[in-house]
Design a protein around this ligand. Structure first.
Ligand code: NAD
Ligand code: MLT
Length: 312
């Protein structure tokens, strides 16, 4: 028996080689399907692999007559209607470990871009302007980084920030005193973190209870001149409230890799010079893409061969 697998978002060729070489797996790459085309295609497949571009809606799942498993080549499964999948007996697996390093490195790159105005200065120099006064930055040493969500990526960010000699305080509902001590960070309530940090970076999943976790009330209690980093998910921070807080000079700058609606080309935050932004590149490294493709392919092959998936 051959299983048909649809890869609907670009994935590392190297990473899915084992799946492609498996005689029991028939892999089709169709990475620019419109939502309507996906509805037409999906009934033919036993497995679907996506990154974050493709939204797997209830409608897609209802059209998927033989679908057994959906693989998310990455961490966040917020682009997949998990309730609908579960109702239809479809297993959803992700690849939670393969891009941790890359995402943490990207968060640090964004933090440092923000503190030293690197994208703005680069753009100015490319316009042939030699302006050394406009781009006075802020040192990281001795500043306090507040981490909201101390999971895989948050923890890696903490280690790196300590390397920059920052003080680190974290909030995570599952953080224990022992874990905080082991990582070498302070911990407190969300309010403690928001009130005391000079830089705040969010690393939670996007869930019902983390949507707009950082909102107008949060900005109100932060230090004036705080810097905000979001390399986790658009929607964890209320973008309207962030915009207002930047315009009001409460927030000195924000570094954003993710947005409430992507692609975010018309997002008004992009009009603000205080905003440094990348188009959801946290996991976009050769290594991370290979890792997540290997992990998700492995899990899908295991599952279709009758074993239990490792990352349901
Ligand atoms: P993780 O599950 O390891 O960590 C998430 C942490 O958030 C957990 O420790 C959890 O306890 C904590 N948390 C949950 N609810 C919380 C709340 N209300 N307040 C504070 N903490 C809360 O996940 P991860 O692998 O570290 O990924 C973190 C985020 O980064 C996810 O949203 C993921 O989708 C995103 N991500 C983005 C990119 C990118 O390309 N920008 C790449 C990888 C991951
Ligand atoms: C993730 O959740 O893993 C990220 O959004 C990375 C991605 O899919 O590009």
């Amino acid at each position: 028996m051959t299983f048909r697998i649809l890869v609907a978002d670009p994935l590392s060729e190297e990473g899915i080689k084992p799946l492609k070489c498996n005689p029991k797996m028939d892999v089709t790459m169709q990475t620019s399907l419109s939502p309507e085309e996906l509805l037409e295609e999906i009934p033919k497949y036993d497995a679907l692999i996506v990154r974050s571009q493709t939204t797997v809606t209830r409608k897609v799942i209802e059209h998927a007559k033989k679908l057994k498993i959906i693989g998310r080549a990455g961490v966040g499964t917020d682009n997949i209607d998990i309730d609908a999948a579960t109702e239809h007996g479809i297993v959803v697996v992700n690849a939670p470990n393969g891009n941790t390093n890359s995402a943490a490195e990207h968060a640090m790159a964004m933090l440092m871009s923000l503190s030293r105005n690197i994208p703005q200065a680069y753009y100015s120099l490319k316009q042939r302007q030699w302006d050394r006064k406009k781009f006075i930055g802020t040192e990281l040493k001795g500043k306090k980084l507040g981490i909201v969500g101390l999971g895989r990526i948050g923890t890696e960010v903490a280690y790196r920030a300590k390397g920059q000699r920052m003080k680190v305080i974290a909030y995570d509902p599952f953080l224990t005193e022992e874990k905080a001590e082991k990582i070498g960070v302070g911990y407190g309530t969300l309010e403690d973190v928001l009130r005391s940090a000079d830089f705040i970076t969010v690393h939670t999943p996007l869930l019902k209870n983390t949507r707009h976790l950082i909102n107008a009330d949060s900005f109100a209690i932060m230090k004036t001149g705080v810097h905000i980093i979001n390399c986790a998910r658009g929607g964890i921070i209320d973008e309207e409230a962030l915009y207002d807080a930047i315009v009001a000079k409460k927030v000195a700058g924000a570094a954003l890799d993710v947005f409430e609606n992507e692609p975010a080309i018309d997002n008004k935050l992009l009009t603000l010079p205080e905003v440094v932004a990348t188009p959801h590149l946290g996991a976009s490294t050769v290594e991370a893409q290979e890792n997540v493709a290997i992990d998700v392919s492995h899990d899908i092959a295991r599952f279709l061969n009758g074993a239990v998936a490792e990352n349901p």
